[in-house]
Write a protein that binds this ligand. Sequence first.
Ligand code: NAD
Length: 297
Amino acid sequence: MTEIIDGNAVAAEIRDGLGDAIATLKAEGVTPGLATVLMSDDPASETYVSMKQRDCEEVGIDGIHVELDPDAPAAELYDTVADLNDDDAVHGILVQMPLVDQVDTRRVLRSVAPEKDVDGFHPENVGRLVAGNARYKPCTPHGIQKLFEHYDVETEGAEAVVVGRSDIVGKPMANLLVQKAPFGNATTTVCHSRTADLAAHTREADIVVAAAGVPGFIDGSMLKAGATVIDVGINRVDADTEKGYELVGDVDYESAKEVAGKITPVPGGVGPMTRAMLLWNTVKAAGERAGVEVDLP
Ligand code: NAD
């Protein structure tokens, strides 16, 4: 029987645990604060940011939202980040990507104070992750490690294939999987758009993490029986629904679930974990800044 990995349930458990950690912090007079910054008129980005703000409110994190005119000069964004770096009520800063063209994205990533970089994208934090001493693990791969933990997925000695090499999912996922650490120790292959024979790799894998952004392109015929299949993809495809589209993953769920041992659905798999781990990193940041020891779930 294929086990369906329920990201909503695990994320809810993590949020509960964070509630306790936040109560500990509040008892010490510290309220964790997360600033979100939006400089874009992309409706998807607007939705993501408002979801993150709602998540904060639900667990008791102070959400601070800054929305900049997408036509404003880049300096406005640089100044905003500098102000948030100096603001003691702000423990985490998230600048929603992608940014408008006039902004130098690398400059923005470098300008967020590393201790407030709860996305884990600052070069210092990327370096620390690679060196096995992460300050903040990027939210999506961190959430996937939590799914491994909750569903007893053995990574040690496993053949893992990560499909996709982006800075936010593929690369940090692969880095975590190879580390000599819990939920690491996997023999890890990274596949990408230039991989010659993707199926030859995925068919040998005990764990497949699909993060390519190509709807349904990994099907059951490309998987080893019993494999754990983690579908990161969130792709809009035209559909006969009220909105005119539906969200699907990178994995062809119907055929894959016939072969996989464990599989994440889309939606309800990795997505809720990414959101929960942003809160997790923010609570960690607040605890460390205040020097209060908190028990993180
Ligand atoms: P990206 O576009 O930055 O990177 C995609 C990667 O996939 C690239 O490295 C590319 O080389 C590789 N790729 C593209 N086509 C391929 C193919 N045919 N075969 C093999 N590799 C291929 O994307 P991203 O930001 O990493 O996101 C990937 C997907 O995950 C998207 O659908 C995105 O919406 C989704 N996503 C979901 C979450 C979540 O929380 N569930 C978080 C982040 C991203």
